[in-house]
Design a binder for this molecule. Structure first.
Ligand code: ATP
Length: 422
C-alpha cells in the first residue's frame, strides 16, 4: 500500500507543544465537547499545539495570552489560489479583531505546475515539512494536465492517510438567505454533519491491474474495513451526536457488502449500546439518499464510509446551495499531527482566474480551522458573518445569481465579522 510513513515527533517536542498556550488549548477542548453549535472534535485533545508568545497586556487583573499558530497554505490549482486568498484575508481579519490570536501563514506551491516540473505533487520531505505546522489549509487540486488520481493520491490522500486524519467532517447546513432546491424547506430542516471515514474503506488505494490495455484488462480495487477504523469513526460520530444533542444515522450497505458492510453494522450495534442517550439508526446508503431528500429534518449526524460519505456529502451540498457552501475538515482527533481544512469543491477550471468563485466554502473551512485550534467562538462568528451577508442578499457571486467578485464577497463578509465577545 502506498501510504507515506507519518513523520514522528520526539517526546521532548511533544512536551514543549503541551506546555505552550495551555490556557487556550484547555479552553478549546472543553468547549468543543460542551458546545452544541460547534462541529469541533468531540474527542479531548491529548496534545495542544498553540504557542503562547507572551503576555500582550498585563495589568492588575488582566493577562492576555497570545496564541500564535503556524498555518501551511496549499493553494493548489484553478480557483484554489483565489479562495485561499479569501481564507488568508479572514485570518488577518480575526487577528485584527482579536489580538490574542495570530496566524503565521506559509504558502507551499505544491500543485500541478509543481508536478509537471518535478514529477511529484510534493517534495520527498513534504510530510516532514507539513508536520511542523499547527494546521493545513488546502484550496483545491485539479488540472487537466495531471491525471486526477495521481494528484489526489500523491497529495490529498497522502496527507489524510499519513497524518491519520481519519475523520472527514462536512457540515450540511442551510444558511439563512440561501435557497434549497427542496420545496417548503428552510434552515430548521437542514442542519446536519456528515462524519466520513477518511483513511481506509473504498479509498484505501489497494489494488492492481492485469493485462493492461488488452481486451482482457482487469482492475482490482480493494476496500479495507478494519475493526479499529470502523470503531473509531463510529465512536467519534456518537460523541459528536451526544455533544450536539442530535440523532445519529450510521450508513452502510450490509445487505450487499456481505463482509465489510456486515462488520460495519455489527460494530454499530456494539457501540450504539454504549450510547443509550443518543437516538440512532442504521440505514442502507440508497435509503439514506432517499431520506435525505424526503426527510432531511430527521438527520443530525451521519456516519459513513469513505465512498458513501463522499457521495452523500455532495448530495447534502446540493440541498444547501451547492458546492460554493461545502466546507470540510480532515481531522486527526488525537492531534498527534496537523489537521487539514478545505472547501469541498475542486479547482473549477471553467471559472478559474476570473475572480468569480464563491468564497463561502473556503471561509467556512477557515472558521472550522480556527475552531479546531481552540476558538469555536470564532467559528460561530464566521458562520454568522457569512449568514448576515447572504441574508442581506446584496452582494453575491454569480453562482448565487449575483454579480459580485470573489474579492467583493469576501470583503463584505469580513466587514460584517464581529468579535464573539462584542
Ligand atoms: P476538479 O476536476 O478540480 O474537481 P471540477 O470542475 O470537475 O474540478 P468542481 O471544481 O468541484 O469540479 O466544480 C464543479 C462545478 O461547480 C464547476 O463547473 C464550477 O463552476 C462550480 N463550482 C465549484 N466550486 C465553485 C465555487 N466556489 N464557486 C462557484 N462555482 C463553483
Amino acid at each position: 500500500m502506498n501510504v507515506p510513513t507519518p513523520p514522528t515527533q520526539s517526546d521532548s517536542e511533544s512536551d514543549q507543544a503541551n506546555n505552550r498556550g495551555s490556557t487556550l488549548a484547555t479552553y478549546g477542548s472543553r468547549l468543543a465537547i460542551e458546545s452544541k453549535d460547534s462541529i469541533l472534535s468531540p474527542i479531548a485533545s491529548s496534545r495542544s499545539r498553540p504557542r503562547s508568545i507572551g503576555a500582550a497586556t498585563e495589568s492588575a487583573d488582566v493577562i492576555v495570552t497570545i496564541s500564535d499558530y503556524r498555518i501551511a497554505l496549499l493553494p493548489g490549482d484553478g480557483i484554489g489560489p483565489e479562495v485561499t486568498e479569501s481564507a488568508c484575508a479572514l485570518l488577518n481579519a480575526i487577528s485584527a479583531l482579536d489580538p490574542s490570536l495570530t496566524f503565521q501563514t506559509e504558502e507551499l506551491p505544491w500543485n500541478a505546475e509543481f508536478y509537471l516540473a518535478s514529477g511529484a505533487m510534493m517534495p520527498a520531505d513534504g510530510m516532514t515539512i507539513l508536520a511542523q505546522f499547527d494546521a493545513i489549509f488546502l484550496g483545491a487540486i485539479g488540472d487537466m494536465r495531471v491525471p486526477d488520481h495521481i494528484a489526489l493520491r500523491q497529495l490529498i490522500f497522502a496527507i489524510r492517510q499519513g497524518f491519520n486524519q481519519y475523520v472527514n467532517l462536512r457540515p450540511i447546513k442551510l444558511l439563512h438567505g440561501v435557497e434549497t432546491p427542496l420545496r417548503d424547506r428552510g434552515p430548521e430542516d437542514l442542519d446536519m454533519v456528515i462524519v466520513r471515514e477518511n483513511s481506509e474503506g473504498e479509498y484505501s488505494g489497494i489494488g492492481g491491474t492485469l493485462f493492461g490495455g488488452s481486451v482482457d484488462e482487469v482492475a482490482l480495487q480493494t476496500s479495507v474495513f478494519s475493526r479499529r477504523g470502523v470503531e473509531r469513526i463510529l465512536r467519534y460520530g456518537f460523541e459528536l451526536a451526544r455533544a450536539k444533542g442530535r440523532p445519529l444515522s450510521s450508513v452502510s450497505k450490509g445487505n450487499a457488502q456481505n463482509f465489510s458492510g456486515v462488520l460495519w453494522d455489527g460494530i454499530f450495534n456494539e457501540i450504539s449500546a454504549e450510547y443509550p442517550d443518543v437516538t440512532s439508526n442504521n440505514l442502507l446508503v440508497d435509503a439514506a439518499a432517499l431520506h435525505l431528500v424526503q426527510h432531511p429534518e430527521k438527520f443530525g449526524v451521519i456516519v459513513a464510509s469513505n465512498l458513501f460519505g463522499d457521495i452523500l456529502s455532495d448530495l447534502g451540498a446540493a440541498l444547501v446551495g451547492g458546492l460554493g457552501f461545502a466546507a470540510s475538515a480532515n481531522l486527526n482527533p488525537e492531534r498527534t499531527f496537523p489537521s487539514m481544512f478545505e472547501p469541498v469543491h475542486g479547482s473549477a477550471p471553467d471559472i478559474a482566474g476570473k475572480d468569480v468563485a464563491n468564497p463561502v466554502a473556503s471561509l467556512w473551512a477557515t472558521g472550522m480551522m480556527v475552531g479546531h485550534l481552540g476558538r469555536p467562538d470564532w467559528e460561530r462568528a464566521v458562520i454568522s458573518a457569512i449568514e448576515d451577508v447572504l441574508a442581506e442578499g446584496r452582494i453575491r457571486t454569480p453562482d448565487l445569481g449575483g454579480h459580485a467578485t470573489t474579492k467583493e464577497m469576501t470583503s463584505a463578509i469580513l466587514g460584517t465579522l464581529r468579535s464573539p465577545e462584542a
